[in-house]
Design a protein around this ligand. Structure first.
Ligand code: R7I
Ligand code: MG
Ligand code: MG
Length: 357
């Protein structure tokens, strides 16, 4: 009995993770690019969404989910990371539905991948921004399936796969290390037993891992003005803000962590949102900590779909699908696919028919 229950709980966390990512994207997208949204406006937004008697427009997913789905399907079909397969899926997906709100630069990568017939799938990304590569958050926003796939892998293997999945479009160190950090955060949430989250420990663990990740490799170069331990230092900012509790305003989060489409100004913000929402937040009515995470992340403004999606995938991995209200799930385009992909990933991981090296 205990084994069956443990398996169900673990499967529920896989589902929570991918549905959390989807929900943050779908519910956050209508606010993308806006400045902060007041908590009372978002309280009514969530109340209306949860009310079965009120009809609200269906919430469509954006590029965040379109690409996350490609990552998931590629890992499921290949049973390992295959960069060429993943890149082909990104490109096919983009040209079938180009109107999903992609970053302006990543579209050039897709065109170059297609024009070069996928000869070397990392080259087009490496040529962006004068050869420095993009540091947008596109590598991080789609990385959740990698964390699930690497559920039992070593830190080294997780880091390598997250980095390789990001390098297909984001060759800048801040771009791919943002994906690594987001992946490690999802994994840490997934591996933390229910009700045993210790915020300080969670951050400490991520900080130690990022210190190793950010130690400059021989093949890496720092852009002018970039710091070697950028994310490590941002995590200490996150800890500092959390220590100040409710005294921290949205404005301060925007100023100190950022709410932008750049990875270093959104991944730490998503982690902060998840950790901050473990406790009640003044004027946010949601009693459910998963919902509070997404509500809080959206309220920060800026890159709301992506920050809510990243925060949602971490929160969903920790709280599990049983804590994700069905009244909210039903609004999200692509819900069935997200659930199915989570189940397929769980099956693969538990059957151990995969390679993570
Ligand atoms: O990172 P990416 O896939 O965009 C993801 C974002 C998410 O918010 C989605 O929801 C969607 O809205 O877009 O796409 P990129 O085009 O690689 O990067 C996004 C943007 O970051 C670029 O268009 C630039 O504005 C900025 N950026 C840079 N700007 C200057 N120099 C990324 N790298 C650089 C850089 O090196
Ligand atoms: Mg988007
Ligand atoms: Mg976005």
């Amino acid at each position: 009995m205990a084994v069956v229950e443990a398996m169900e709980a673990a499967a529920g966390r896989f589902r929570g993770c991918l549905v959390g990512a989807l929900m943050g994207d779908c519910l956050g997208a209508p606010f993308e690019g806006e400045s902060q949204t007041s908590r009372s406006v978002l309280n009514s937004y969530f109340k209306r969404l949860c009310d079965p008697d009120i009809k609200v427009p269906y919430k469509q997913y954006t590029d965040d989910t379109a690409m996350t789905r490609c990552v998931a399907v590629s890992l499921i079909k290949e049973k390992k990371f295959n960069g060429t397969d993943m890149a082909k899926r990104f490109v096919k997906e983009y040209y079938e539905e180009p109107g999903r709100g992609y970053g302006s630069n990543v579209v050039d990568v897709f065109a170059a991948l297609r024009a070069t017939k996928f000869a070397d799938v990392c080259v087009p990304a490496a040529m962006q921004f004068g050869g420095r590569g993009s540091y947008g958050n596109g590598g991080a926003m789609r990385v959740a399936p990698v964390a699930l796939f690497c559920h039992a892998a070593t830190d080294q293997d997780v880091t390598t796969m997250a980095k390789n999945s990001a390098l297909l479009t984001h060759a800048n160190r801040l771009g791919y290390n943002g994906a690594v950090l987001q992946c490690l955060a999802v994994l840490e949430a997934l591996r933390t037993p229910p009700n045993q989250l210790d915020v300080a420990k969670f951050l400490q663990c991520l900080t130690e891992k990022m210190k190793r990740v950010e130690t400059l490799g021989e093949d890496e170069i720092l852009d002018k003005g970039q710091k070697e331990f950028e994310y490590t230092s941002l995590l200490s900012h996150v800890a500092g803000l959390l220590d100040r509790g409710d005294a921290v305003s949205c404005q301060q989060v925007e100023e100190e962590l950022g709410v932008n489409i750049i990875a270093s100004e959104s991944v730490p913000t998503a982690i902060y949102s998840f950790l901050r929402a473990t406790n009640p937040i003044p004027n946010i009515e949601a009693e459910n900590a998963f919902v509070r995470t997404i509500h809080y992340a959206i309220g920060l403004g800026g890159d709301t779909d992506t920050i809510a999606s990243m925060a949602g995938s971490i929160a969903g991995a920790y709280y599990g699908i049983e804590n994700v209200p069905e009244g909210l799930q039903r609004h999200c385009e692509g819900l069935e696919d997200a659930l199915h992909q989570a189940d397929q990933l769980f099956e693969l991981v538990t059957s151990k028919q995969i390679s993570t090296t």
